[in-house]
Design a protein around this ligand. Sequence first.
Ligand code: UP5
Ligand code: MG
Length: 199
Amino acid sequence: WSPDDVTVIFVLGGPGAGKGTQCARLVTDYGFKHLSAGDLLREEQDRPGSEFGEMIKSYIKEGTIVPMEVTVQLLENAMQASIEKEGNAGRKMFLIDGFPRKLDQAHAFERSVVPSKFTLFYDCGEAVMEERLLNRGKTSGRADDNLESIKKRFRTFVETSMPVVDEYEKQDKVVKVSAERSADEVYKETKAKLKERGV
Ligand code: UP5
Ligand code: MG
């Protein structure tokens, strides 16, 4: 794809920072397409006959990163399906949530699919994220919303995913939003920062 036809904004932030929550609002107001890498992996995990189901399950529970071939393919398929379904009249804008979480994924996606416009980064401390995730865990049914998995997810985020944010920061491609306040306030800041970037 060419960046003339397809715009991709990556949405990053620690586990429970509020990526999904903010993306849902952006979809309503801006007409973006929202693709969550985690949601796509969970769907693939539950798809009958998937050869990757068991593998995905164990990576998610351990809070580690699924091999990128799987995730990049799922994202590319979902983008293709969205373009085929609605045609490509006008420019397609995708919010890719929770991806890339590792430098090799970032490089592979930008080389083989399309370069990103920038990364929306939700900055949130671990204490706040932990409280949100434990709270969601009471009803989410997510296999990784328990204290043990949460700690592992934090560790992977710091060691493996932050280097992606740091690299994009050096290229002046990070739009940083503080994510500790209420969802309404975070959204307000998100909109203001997007405006500064001409979106
Ligand atoms: N909430 C949200 N915003 C709030 C606010 N401002 N104030 C108070 N509460 C707020 O929010 C989490 C909870 O907090 C919700 O209950 C919400 O109501 C509340 P949410 O919007 O869901 O946060 P989000 O950042 O989306 O958290 P999520 O748990 O989805 O983040 P993760 O990044 O951990 O999960 P993801 O689904 O992206 O990935 C899961 C796993 O998949 C990874 O650990 C990894 O194993 C695997 N994965 C890969 O291997 N590769 C990938 O590329 C992607 C994922
Ligand atoms: Mg999410």
